[in-house]
Design a protein around this ligand. Structure first.
Ligand code: SF4
Length: 298
């Protein structure tokens, strides 16, 4: 596991602990993502199944029988899914260690709560990431308050969580993250002497599917929600680029510099094609299957 701090984005201990808390700990989870979600073979899962049905590869003890082979089997849906620690929170805190196979537990309620918790934990992750950029007041105070508030919501009872108005809360957080992104990108562009065109932001509809982007200057660009599937970003400097919600499936990031990219998640990195020359933010780790790609020189 990579060290989480670096000289450009020092984290205090409490922020470091918050981010650690948002990393999945499958051994403390009752296999919730492998049961609660609907998924299809076409999206890189092992089978087509409805929400609430266990994946056939899930053991009685909630372990995945093929976990070590997910990459080799091309199960990108499983590799890409990120619960941000919601699985262990729901299993161990919200339901106090009671699993969904017990008669005393409402499996439907547990699965519904897991889907809500995943979104709350994702918000906590982005807010923690936003705090790590150390933006100036008053926005840093707003981020801190929003993080505190979201953490408080994650502690609610199962029924209160199910009733919670998630969409109103998400809208508030979205605005905050967008404003943080603008500030951070403008600051990184100033230190890197990159022209920052805040008034000419990329249209969200723009799609980079399969495109060769090696000659494009994407530093400090707004690539929120961008479709980067199979795009070629080999060797590209992506400092200050905002990747929130971008789709990295099969994007070639070999040798790319992502060390100062904004709002990049482990799940995005897991489905991209990188190598030992790819520079990552220190909060993310290099996927094991990248080494195999290095060796086969794919
Ligand atoms: S293959 Fe494994 S990781 Fe993927 S859904 Fe099934 S049990 Fe979960």
């Amino acid at each position: 596991m990579a060290q989480i701090t670096d000289e450009t984005r020092p984290l205090d201990k409490s922020l470091h602990d918050k981010i650690e808390h948002l990393k999945p700990q499958c051994e403390k989870c009752f296999g919730l993502c492998c049961v609660a979600l609907y998924f299809s073979k076409q999206d890189g899962f092992p089978t087509d199944k409805s929400a609430g049905t266990p994946c056939p590869n899930l053991e009685a003890d909630f372990r995945c029988t093929i976990h070590e082979k997910l990459g080799a089997l091309g199960l990108k849906g499983c590799i890409a899914y990120e619960c941000f620690g919601a699985g262990q929170q729901v299993s161990q805190v919200t339901f106090a260690g009671q699993h969904w196979r017990l008669k005393s537990v409402s499996a439907d309620l547990m699965f519904a709560v897991f889907l809500i918790m995943q979104q709350l934990h994702e918000m906590c992750w982005y807010l923690s990431e936003a705090l790590s950029f150390q933006v100036a007041p008053p926005i840093c105070e707003d981020i801190r308050k929003a993080l505190y508030e979201t953490e408080r919501i994650t502690q609610l009872s199962p029924h209160a969580l199910r009733e919670f108005n998630l969409s109103a809360h998400r809208t508030k957080i979205k605005v905050l993250l967008r404003n943080t992104s603008k500030l951070v990108r403008s600051e990184i562009s100033r230190t890197n002497k990159v022209t920052f065109k805040a008034d000419k932001e990329r249209q969200v509809t723009e799609d980079f599917f399969g495109r060769d982007l090696r000659k494009k200057d994407l530093r400090c660009a707004d690539l929120r929600g961008a479709c980067l599937i199979a795009a070629n970003l080999e060797g590209v400097d992506l400092s200050g680029t905002d990747f929130i919600g971008a789709d990295f499936r099969d994007a070639n990031v070999r040798g790319a510099n992502l060390s100062q990219s904004i709002f990049l998640t482990q799940a995005q990195i897991n489905v991209a094609k990188g190598n030992s020359a790819t520079k990552l933010p220190l909060s993310l780790f290099r996927p094991k299957h990248w080494d195999a790609q290095d060796n086969t020189n794919e």
